[in-house]
Design a protein around this ligand. Structure first.
Ligand SMILES: Cc1cc2nc3c(=O)[nH]c(=O)nc-3n(C[C@H](O)[C@H](O)[C@H](O)COP(=O)(O)O)c2cc1C
Length: 213
């Protein structure tokens, strides 16, 4: 599978088979996903890998209490044999940008100085790569947020202070019944002409007719 095919076939999978992944696969996927670009080559992305029902159940036990399960629209998501929580470490970026070759940026002091917090950008790149790599293995995946559960997850799994979870990627074999789309999916895709700004943002659409839909 090439990158284009992986991008075209990827979609958020929210129902998995109760089937484990080949031994060592997750480590290999993370090893590849960490090769994405990073600002200043800081490499401030971390991956909390939860594999097997004991570890994933511990995650769900924190983030989705039993009393809320009956109403949860995607029970098959809980069957995913692996969850990878992707972390961004701002502190590493402050240290890196205080080094001599980056000091002129003035970004080595406080995370509030950063116009764009690159630690989140880099973590998102790696999370995306992880999803495409999962698709490349013929697996399903879904990126989802931790919302208010981030501190409880950090406590349970010993995540050090300062690490920010940008989200989790569920990975596993897709279930045949994975047909219940989320309300978000139903929104459809914005037309290319809405998002592609050729030469100048906001001029009348001058894209070729086949790009207007
Ligand atoms: C930053 C981000 C947060 C998301 N959070 C959730 C989430 O909390 N729960 C969920 O089911 N899907 C979540 N999604 C998946 C989106 O709903 C999904 O990508 C979108 O509806 C498009 O569908 P597709 O991934 O199948 O193309 C999230 C995606 C992103 C990029």
């Amino acid at each position: 599978m090439n990158v284009r095919a992986a991008l075209e076939s990827r979609r958020s999978c929210r129902s998995f088979l109760d089937r484990s992944l080949p031994s060592g696969l997750l480590d290999a996927l993370v090893d590849r996903a960490r090769r994405t670009p990073s600002a200043g080559n800081t490499q401030g992305v971390g991956f909390l890998v939860l594999e097997g029902s004991e570890q994933t159940a511990a995650y769900w036990g924190i983030t989705l209490p039993e009393r809320d399960r009956a109403a949860f629209p995607w029970p098959g998501l809980l069957l995913a044999p692996a969850l990878v929580v992707v972390y961004a470490d701002a502190g590493r970026y402050l240290e890196r940008y205080a080094e001599p070759d980056k000091a002129s940026t003035g970004l080595g002091g406080s995370d509030g100085d950063w116009p764009i917090p690159y630690w989140f950008v880099d973590a998102a790149f790696s999370a995306m790569a992880l999803q495409l790599l999962a698709v490349d293995e013929g697996l399903g995946c879904c990126f989802f947020g931790l919302f208010g559960n981030e501190p409880a997850v950090a406590r349970r799994f010993g995540v050090p202070e300062g690490q920010r979870a940008i989200g989790a990627v569920a990975i596993g074999h897709p279930a045949p019944d994975d047909q219940r789309p989320s309300a978000s999916t139903g929104r459809g895709r914005r037309p290319l002409g809405d998002v592609l700004h050729r030469g100048h943002w906001g001029f009348p659409d001058v894209s070729p007719p086949d790009a207007r839909q």
